[in-house]
Design a binder for this molecule. Structure first.
Ligand code: HEC
Ligand code: HEC
Ligand code: HEC
Ligand code: HEC
Length: 475
């Protein structure tokens, strides 16, 4: 099972990047002087001062244990895959990918200079050249502190002073600071790169060229984040229903971003259309990665369900959002699914619908900040599993790895939440849930060194038994 899937399903030891790669990368960085000691020259256009500006030992580079307070820089550079995001663009794998994608010779392909790759592997700002202080900011840093915490030119020299604490959140945000403590704001930050947006698109052409498929789910990515430089215990103290809320806002942010991306994909006459990555991969591929010989299934194209509460009327997590969905959203979602599945796909009809729905979700998202959906209790979870299994049996819904994995992630987040609140859940329930996760992970062939793996060993019937076991283990 690849690292990318371990990330999602959260078992099987997480393997870091090779040490050779990390040290190859660390050295040019060590050569950088400590710009913290130099004053920042005034420049009204620039905001990015680079990760080295945070690296003074008295600030975020205490070099303590990974994840401890004051050691954010050392944790990031030593253990966070984001710090390697530029380095991976220098590998042959990345060069081949860009060459395939753009139809170039391998020698011509230079992902470390390609704006598309840099937008997600360094910083999403297309104006990065203007926005960065050239003597401080370096693309070599990969996804650095400012990609998540905001351009720091206007706050780096004050955010540790007492006066900073007196500023309101909007005042801080005006200076470029991103409030990553707010889960909604945080989720919106992650999905820019982990779902994509206009100009930052991992579309089917890029997937076919070898890019890993983007399958983001906030609660799992946070739980399994190797090299996380903050502590879950602090999160739980700030946010009593931390796991559930992470799942919830993660789904909302992902939905919003996915719809927005779809509307961009439908807007550009030069963009590939229909955009195949919007569909369930299994409607064409049985397995992916070197063996595309399998005949594409005769069945029809099915709209993808990874970003599940997106316009998928059969979506089960939608049950939890039911109460906050208006009629126009419900109907709009159904029409979108139909339009996407009806050939030829009419982009002029799809674009405004996706835009409208994305806007609606943006409004929802704003509202969740003051509108919390309560954590489901065991009774609701049982009903929800029963409804899912009934829909699978009567054919209203066909099971897939994507759907079952999303269901698993929802279960895991909500049961973990109960565990935090009540101290424990029964060992039988715990085991039933991890058995499901393990089975989903085992759908990926073992030991296959492939740039691309797909859940080709997924067995819908066997997974059904796992859901049944969970349902029976619920008190
Ligand atoms: C929409 C943002 C986006 C764009 C554009 C993008 N990437 Fe990525 N890339 C990601 C994310 C996010 C991951 C990590 C996926 C995960 O773990 O879920 C990733 C992973 C990778 C990996 C695997 C890294 C590993 O450690 O296994 C490679 C290689 C890669 N990208 C290369 C490229 C290249 C080359 C380009 C340009 C042709 C590119 N990417 C464009 C977001 C992007
Ligand atoms: C991938 C996004 C991301 C990157 C990159 C990142 N951070 Fe963070 N950081 C977060 C999130 C999310 C939190 C948790 C919420 C919070 O405390 O703001 C956090 C927390 C922090 C905290 C507060 C820790 C605490 O104990 O309360 C500090 C300080 C910090 N980061 C500094 C840095 C520095 C310095 C870098 C670069 C070396 C960096 N971060 C890179 C996302 C990121
Ligand atoms: C500027 C774009 C960007 C932003 C913002 C971003 N990421 Fe990433 N993330 C990436 C890329 C690119 C990779 C792949 C790095 C690699 O493997 O080389 C990645 C990798 C990861 C991984 C490791 C995946 C794996 O398979 O090991 C986790 C976990 C992760 N990101 C979580 C987050 C979270 C949580 C946030 C928001 C707080 C976030 N990221 C924000 C671009 C981004
Ligand atoms: C409508 C059918 C269709 C759908 C849906 C589809 N693909 Fe493809 N895919 C193709 C075809 C046809 C090719 C070969 C031509 C090409 O490279 O574009 C291909 C090629 C590929 C390749 C390279 C060849 C290989 O097997 O290694 C990858 C990787 C890939 N697709 C991944 C995906 C992923 C991931 C999804 C879902 C997000 C997906 N595809 C959805 C039709 C589809």
């Amino acid at each position: 099972m690849g690292r990318l899937i371990a990330q999602l399903l959260g078992f099987a030891g997480l393997i870091g990047l090779s040490t050779a790669l990390s040290s190859a990368l660390a050295s040019p960085r060590l050569l950088l002087s400590h710009p913290t000691e130099n004053p920042i020259a005034p420049n009204p256009e620039a905001s990015l001062v680079g990760a080295a500006s945070c690296s003074a030992s008295g600030c975020h580079n205490a070099n303590g244990a990974s994840g401890t307070k004051g050691s954010e820089y050392s944790t990031w550079i030593g253990a966070d895959p984001h710090a390697q995001a530029f380095a991976v663009l220098g590998t042959t794998r990345s060069k081949k990918m860009l060459a395939n994608y753009k139809g170039l010779d391998l020698v011509q392909a230079d992902p470390q200079r390609d704006p598309l790759c840099l937008s997600c592997h360094v910083h999403p700002d297309p104006e990065i050249k203007k926005k960065a202080y050239p003597d401080r900011f370096s693309v070599v840093d990969g996804v650095g502190c400012e990609a998540c915490h905001g351009g720091a030119a206007q706050w780096v020299s004050t955010h540790y002073q007492a006066s900073w604490k007196e500023l309101s959140n909007p005042e801080k945000s005006k200076l470029g600071f991103v409030d990553t403590k707010d889960l909604g704001t945080r989720a919106e930050t992650c999905v820019r790169c982990h779902v994509g947006e206009k100009g930052m698109d991992v579309n089917h052409d890029l997937l076919a060229a070898g890019h890993p498929r983007l399958r983001f789910e906030l609660s799992a990515y946070q739980a399994n984040y190797s090299g996380r430089h903050w502590r879950i215990l602090d999160e739980k103290a700030r946010q009593p229903d931390y796991e559930w809320t992470s799942w919830l806002v993660g789904q909302l942010a992902t939905t919003e971003a996915a719809l927005d991306l779809l509307s961009h994909r439908a807007s550009h006459p030069d963009a590939p259309w229909p955009e195949l990555s919007e569909y369930n991969c299994a409607s064409c591929h049985h397995r992916i990665g070197g063996d595309f010989g399998q005949s594409p299934s005769a069945g029809k194209l099915r709209f993808g369900t990874w970003n599940d509460i997106r316009p998928n009327p059969q979506s089960l997590p939608l049950a939890f959002f039911g109460g906050i969905l208006g009629d126009d959203e419900r109907k709009g979602s159904e029409s979108l699914k139909k339009l996407m599945e009806r050939e030829p796909q009419n982009r002029d009809q799809i674009r405004p619908l996706a835009q409208m729905l994305s806007q609606k979700w943006t409004n929802r998202f704003e509202k969740t900040k003051s509108f919390a959906i309560p954590v489901p209790d065991f009774g609701q979870i049982r009903e929800w599993i029963l409804a899912q299994e009934k829909a699978n049996q009567d054919g209203t819904c066909s099971p897939s790895w994507d759907k079952d994995t999303q269901s698993y992630l929802l279960l895991r987040a909500s049961i973990q939440n109960v565990k935090n609140r009540d101290g424990k859940v029964s060992p039988a329930l715990d085991k039933a849930v991890s058995d499901l996760g393990e089975e989903l992970g085992q759908a990926f062939p073992k030991g296959k060194e492939s740039i691309w793996t797909s859940p080709e060993k997924y067995q819908a019937n066997s997974v059904r038994k796992r859901f049944k076991a969970i349902q029976e283990a619920l008190p």
